[in-house]
Design a protein around this ligand. Structure first.
Ligand SMILES: [Zn+2]
Length: 304
């Protein structure tokens, strides 16, 4: 069994690690601080219950943290109740598509449906119920280039965060550089792209792809440092062009940044404000990058 972190009213991004720690209870009385303590201290509760979502007569919701002195018996009286959130601070959201075991999914629901709430209880997939207290997810910007669509790294991040039960909550903003738009920064009758996969169409211009090693033409290279190196190897010179490497893009704000770079082949690098993975990173590498970001931004975070 994993040890669980302490939780209080002030715990940021608090998310219980397993559904069964969260019980739901209906109380036919006003959900006030004293009323809740009075109603639940002394009540028997299941050994694994650590939190109680209390639904009141008005459809209102409160959130309790409960403890027992007897940790062995299957059921034992609750000996202490801490009200984590009162009805005025708590939202109850039905979100059938959300996996409530996943902190990022809970945070996404919270920001979308109840951005002002201190506690957001989510009834999600499989009708499981869980909550996030004091949601303040890590803001992650993923730097991408398009086409192709969907952009692979952004898609990998989304797929990982959709299932990551043990990562601090993150919300993702994708900033995609459009290659066709970037190319317009240098006028040319012909553009050379790294590969056909970056299938950008530029009106009135010819397209060539470096990985096909076409015969040399008067072109502008839309590529990364690695493309320039390959060009020099093939043709003996570096042509005019624009750099599309997302690694160097400027991003305002102080959120976390994930980028990819063609120069990295198998390693992940951590710059001052960004984590950089290889172009075409594996899911395992992207997962590792997200862990690094979570560790940097929320070193204290663990499920409660
Ligand atoms: Zn690069």
């Amino acid at each position: 069994m994993t040890t669980m972190a302490q939780v209080s009213r002030a715990t940021r991004n608090a998310v219980p690690s397993a559904y069964r720690g969260v019980a739901i209870s209906y109380l036919d009385a006003p959900l006030t601080e004293e009323g809740l303590v009075e109603a639940y201290v002394g009540r028997e509760s299941y050994r694994r219950t650590r939190f109680i979502v209390v639904r009141g007569p008005e459809g209102d919701t409160a959130l309790l943290h409960v403890t027992r002195e007897d940790h062995e018996s299957l059921f034992a009286p609750i000996t202490a109740v801490e009200v984590l959130a009162l009805p005025s601070e708590t939202a109850y959201v039905v979100a059938p598509d959300s996996d409530t075991a996943v902190p990022s999914s809970l945070a996404a629901v919270a920001l979308r449906e109840a951005p002002q709430a201190k506690a957001v209880v989510v009834e999600g997939k499989y009708r499981h119920i869980n909550f996030i207290l004091n949601p303040d997810p890590i803001r992650l910007t993923v730097l991408e280039v398009i086409p192709p669509l969907p952009a692979k790294l952004a898609d990998q991040v989304r797929r990982l965060l959709d299932t990551a039960e043990d990562l601090a909550p993150m919300v993702v903003d994708v900033r995609a550089t459009d290659l066709a738009e970037l190319a317009r920064e240098v006028a040319s009758p012909c553009y050379l792209f790294p590969c056909r996969g970056s299938d950008a169409a530029i009106e009135g211009a010819q397209m060539r792809y470096l990985d096909e090693r076409p015969s040399r033409q008067d072109w502008a290279l839309v590529g990364c440092e690695r493309s320039r190196q390959i060009h020099e190897w093939f043709y003996g010179d570096v042509p005019p062009g624009v750099d599309m490497c997302p690694r160097r893009a400027n991003v305002p704000g102080d959120g976390a940044i994930l980028a990819k770079c063609c120069l990295l082949e198998s390693t992940i690098e951590v710059d001052d404000d960004r984590v950089v993975v290889p172009w075409g990173a594996s899911m395992a590498q992207v997962r590792e990058a997200l862990s690094i970001i979570a560790q940097e931004r929320e070193p204290q975070w663990s499920a409660v």
